[in-house]
Design a protein around this ligand. Structure first.
Ligand code: TPP
Ligand code: DXP
Ligand code: MG
Length: 617
């Protein structure tokens, strides 16, 4: 057979293929995906699951005029490959290479930038309304997974769209998996929809929708049936005002294409439920979709990881601490918004299942749920990535801090995260948390300090946050103590003269290295809030330059806290001090390799030394 995939550089070419050729194309696309991701690393299992769906969508819809909005965007590799980026896949997520998520500035086919979940229905609805207002017939399609569907935002959008007449199609890609097993009542409901009698009913109702009636009449008829309660039992999505079609096999290209063709004729909000298998076609990923959700380089023949096991990560340090503290205190509850594995909760979940809560992709709920538990004597620990905590800002302020509730936030992936790029960078948490009253914020400089700070935050009777980076730190030995450290106290790690570097968290190690050449003093500040005013005063009175350094944006971050402190004490200082705040610049940092990204921001020893040299000469 003549290969097909390498002839497709644009969906226009895909649309010229015969229907019967598409199965071969899907097969080639899968082989290409496995081979390509084996070399680069990236998200694999979700992409394998949407091969047929991606082909069918580009085959039926007139992309890029018709808009495809992929939720999360971790499953867009087949889309990228079919839209002119096949060759570019070899540089996926590498510096200057293509991104792991859709990017509007990367391709006209990437209609909406994503990375965080559950935004697709809102964005596609916005595009559908824009088309309507422009008198355009173009279609908008949101493709959302069953995991992403657990988020409140998806339901906010359904609620809005189901009450409108915009031409929006929502495709629910139901593979019965989030990163880990999907959870919650909605997941149970979807399983019920797929089962036995109800499945039959739904299929019939789907067929009815695809009958010969003209689209507008069909839509009106469905609306009338709804009003009269004739559609029984109505699916949840029908109750939301959508025309529900499915479930259909999302690996059956003929069924997908026929159904999409039919739906394209219909007006108003449409909902297509498809069933797929995460990891489809690659046995190791089918067997363990969680492991192959996001992977490093691997052997494409057996799926074995190529890189050696790295040093103990901060995530693992947190996971070990959680198990130990849970054993010591029966009030401890562990909460994760759908990131069990990534946040290091596996051991806790299996040892303390009755105290473990995966709430789905629901960061806002996770925090308020924790607040409620804290009101009544429990001690919740919310494990959350810095970037996803952004979703729950009001809950942190209004539900936790304002009521001064004892909730510990274990904030992982703080700082730059490498290959996932700007959507996942934890660049802002110090800035957005520091201005909230009542909160204790800690930045561990090594793994052992991380454990000490977790204990400190847990034992503190109020809201506390420990923010630590992705991966491992200095490799410090972690002792098994559960004792706290004194809140608000930094310490001097290296005594030098004239120049004092005040380092926060991960930046202590490069600060110490930079200090050698110029004999600078280095303080490990440890706490961003309360900031150690006494230590700052001591350093200010004995040095002529104060430099702060953090892996957070400079604006409003830990360095700002130091500068505010200095400002407050300036009248009592007998000499002037030169100051400099180092940290992440006021821009989104592109994906790449963590160390290089830091160096590019001047946050390695060399960059720190050169910035100090400029300041003091
Ligand atoms: C707001 C937010 N929280 C958490 C995540 C992490 N995350 C990425 S993909 C994913 C699971 C998505 O499951 P689903 O939508 O079913 O897609 P699948 O991976 O099954 O294809 C999660 C939890 C995220 N990207 N955004
Ligand atoms: C798409 C998504 O949000 C997650 O899969 C994320 O890429 C995981 O990142 P980590 O690899 O840091 O856990
Ligand atoms: Mg899923």
């Amino acid at each position: 057979m003549t290969p097909l995939l390498n002839t497709i550089n644009d969906p226009e070419q895909l649309r010229l293929l015969e229907r019967r050729e598409l199965v071969q194309l899907a097969h080639e696309l899968r082989l290409f995906l496995v081979d390509s991701v084996a070399k680069t690393g990236g998200h694999l299992a979700s992409n394998l699951g949407v091969v047929e769906l991606t082909i069918a969508l580009h085959y039926v819809f007139n992309t890029p005029d018709d808009k495809l909005v992929w939720d999360v965007g971790h499953q867009t590799y087949p889309h990228k490959i079919l839209t002119g980026r096949r060759e570019a896949m070899q540089n996926l997520r590498k510096p200057q290479g293509i991104a792991g998520f859709p990017r509007r500035n990367e391709s006209g086919y990437d209609t909406f930038g994503t990375g965080h979940s559950s935004t697709s229905i809102s964005a596609a609805l916005g595009m559908a309304v824009a088309a309507q207002k422009a008198g355009s017939e173009r279609r908008s399609v949101a493709i959302i997974g069953d995991g992403a569907m657990t988020a409140g935002m998806a339901f906010e959008a359904l609620n809005n769209a189901g009450n409108m007449d915009a031409n929006l199609l929502v495709v629910l890609n139901d593979n019965d998996m989030s990163i880990s097993n999907n959870v919650g009542a909605l997941n149970n409901y979807l399983a019920k929809l797929l089962s036995s009698r109800f499945y039959g009913t739904v299929r019939k109702s789907g067929k009815k929708v695809l009958s010969a009636l003209p689209p507008m009449m069909e839509f009106a008829k469905r609306a009338e049936e709804h009003v009269k309660g004739m559609v029984t039992p109505g699916t949840l999505f029908e109750e939301f005002g959508f025309n529900y079609i499915g479930p259909i096999d999302g690996h059956d290209l003929d069924a997908l294409i026929d159904t999409l063709h039919n739906i394209k004729q219909l007006n108003g909000p449409q909902f297509l439920h498809i069933v797929t298998q995460k990891g489809k076609g690659f046995e190791p990923a089918e067997a363990n979709p969680n492991k192959f959700h996001g992977v490093g380089k691997f052997d494409p023949f057996n799926g074995n990881a190529i890189s050696a096991k790295a040093a103990k990560s901060y995530t693992e340090v947190f996971g070990d601490w959680l198990v130990d503290m849970a054993a010591a205190d029966h009030r401890l509850i562990g909460v994760t918004p759908a990131m069990c594995d990534g946040s290091g909760l596996n051991a806790f979940a299996s040892q303390f299942p009755e105290r473990y809560y995966d709430v789905g992709i629901a960061e806002q709920h996770a925090l308020t749920f924790a607040a409620g538990m804290a009101c009544d004597g429990l001690k919740p620990v919310v494990a959350i990535y810095s970037t996803f905590l952004q979703r729950a800002y009001d809950q942190l302020i209004h539900d936790i801090a304002l009521q001064n509730l004892p909730v510990l936030l274990a904030i992982d992936r703080a700082g730059l995260v490498g290959a996932d790029g700007p959507t996942h960078a934890g660049s802002f948490d110090l800035t957005f948390m520091r201005c909230i009253p009542n909160i204790v914020i800690m930045t561990p400089s090594n793994e052992n300090e991380c454990r000490q700070m977790l204990s400190t935050g847990f034992l503190y009777n109020g809201v506390a946050a420990v923010r630590y980076p992705r991966g491992s730190g200095t490799g410090a030995t972690v002792n098994n103590s559960l004792l706290p450290i004194e809140i608000g106290k930094g310490r001097i790690e290296r005594q030098g003269e004239k120049v004092a570097i005040l380092a926060f968290g991960s930046m202590l190690a490069p600060a110490l290295e930079a200090a050698e050449a110029i004999n600078a003093t280095v303080a490990n500040m440890r706490f961003v809030k309360p900031i150690d005013h006494a230590l700052i005063a001591q350093l200010a009175s004995t040095h002529t330059a104060i430099i702060t350094i953090e892996e957070n944006c400079v604006m409003g971050g830990a360095g700002s806290a130091v500068m505010e402190s200095l400002q407050a004490m300036q009248h009592s200082l007998s000499h002037t001090i030169k100051t400099l705040s180092l940290g992440l610049p006021d821009q989104f940092i592109e994906h790449g390799v963590h160390e290089t990204m830091l160096a590019d921001c001047g946050l390695d020893a060399k960059g720190i030394a050169s910035a100090i040299a400029k300041l003091i000469t």
